[in-house]
Each structure stands twice: as structure tokens, then as C-alpha cells.
Design a protein around this ligand. Sequence first.
Ligand code: HEC
Length: 171
Amino acid sequence: MIKAQTKFGALIVITASMMVLSCKHEIPAPLDVELLRLAQDTSGQVFYHFSDTLLPRSAGSGHPQALLRTWYNPAAAAFLDSMGAVVPDTLFANGAAVVKELYASPGVLSLYAIMLKRSDHPNADQDGWVWAEVEPSGEVAIPSSDLGTACRGCHSQSGHIDFTLMNAYFP
Ligand code: HEC
């Protein structure tokens, strides 16, 4: 009896640790789930240059996908000019989100690259930006806990506006 219980206990421990291990790379951290929800919340979205047409990736694009389009949530769109480009010298306000949708081909959305301005966020960098890349499936490519390490270097190149690059590459 005792033996059977021990075996059963061991089985539970093994099953539980297998679940933890196998989920490690699949279940995103809650903060990244929030960012995915944000990227999928299209209410009030405003596209760069007011156009949802897919653009061919620029030479400087940090991603291999051929096509992209970028949009701004209402808090971020407040900083777009009459052409739908970012107003020069903008410092985005807290709550502003900019989402670059990356498409492998038309209709095949493969990744969201997300910038959220929220200086009180646990994963905000020193400039108040939270950075992440999440696939539509929920798979996290680059977690916000990386604090933009993979993003900031390129996004601080000359011509950036508060670390955003659409104006520089798609004037
Ligand atoms: C090698 C350079 C490079 C790296 C690294 C890079 N990006 Fe970008 N990113 C760009 C360029 C260039 C654009 C302008 C659109 C384009 O051509 O892709 C851009 C655009 C964006 C946009 C649209 C807003 C804007 O105007 O900049 C978001 C959001 C974004 N990137 C997120 C990220 C995140 C998150 C990371 C890191 C995980 C990252 N990027 C890493 C070059 C880079």
C-alpha cells in the first residue's frame, strides 16, 4: 500500500515536471500575453500614412518577412500628422502602442513586433518603452523581459523619433 502510494506520488511529480518543462517555450509570460492582446485589439487602430496596404520591408528592417504594415493605437495616433506620419520630435505618451505586423506573404501574418510606451511597466526600458515580438499563435519570439536588448540598438539610429523608425524608412 505504502509502496503504491509512493509510486503514485512519484508519477505525479514526474508528470508535473514534464508539464512545466514542455510548457516552458510555449506558454508566454502573462505580460507578453497582454502585449499580444494589445496587438490584436484593432479598435481605433490608425495605420501609418493612413494606409493598411502591405509595404515591402525596408533594407534596414530587423526582420526577414517580406511585407509589413504599422499601426498606432488611439493614444499613439494622437502623435500622427495630417499625412499619417509621426510628428517630428514626438515623445509618445504613456499608453501609446505601435504595432508592426510582419507578413511572410499577403494574408499570412507571421509576427507582431510591438512597442508599448508605459514607464510604469515592469519590463519598460529606461525610456519607458516595452518591446516584444509575439506570433499570432501566442508563441513568444522575443519576450518583453529582454527589455528591448535586441531592439534598442537598431531603433536608436539617426532619424528615429522616440525610437520609432517608420518616418526614416517610409518617408
Ligand atoms: C536591424 C534593425 C532593427 C532591429 C534589430 C529591430 N527593428 Fe524594429 N524596425 C526597424 C525598421 C527599419 C523599422 C521600419 C519598418 C521596417 O522597415 O521594417 C522598424 C519598425 C518597427 C516598428 C514599427 C514602429 C516604428 O516606426 O519603428 C516596431 C513596433 C518595431 N520595429 C519593433 C521592434 C522590436 C520589438 C524589436 C526587437 C525585438 C525590433 N523592432 C528590432 C529596424 C529594426
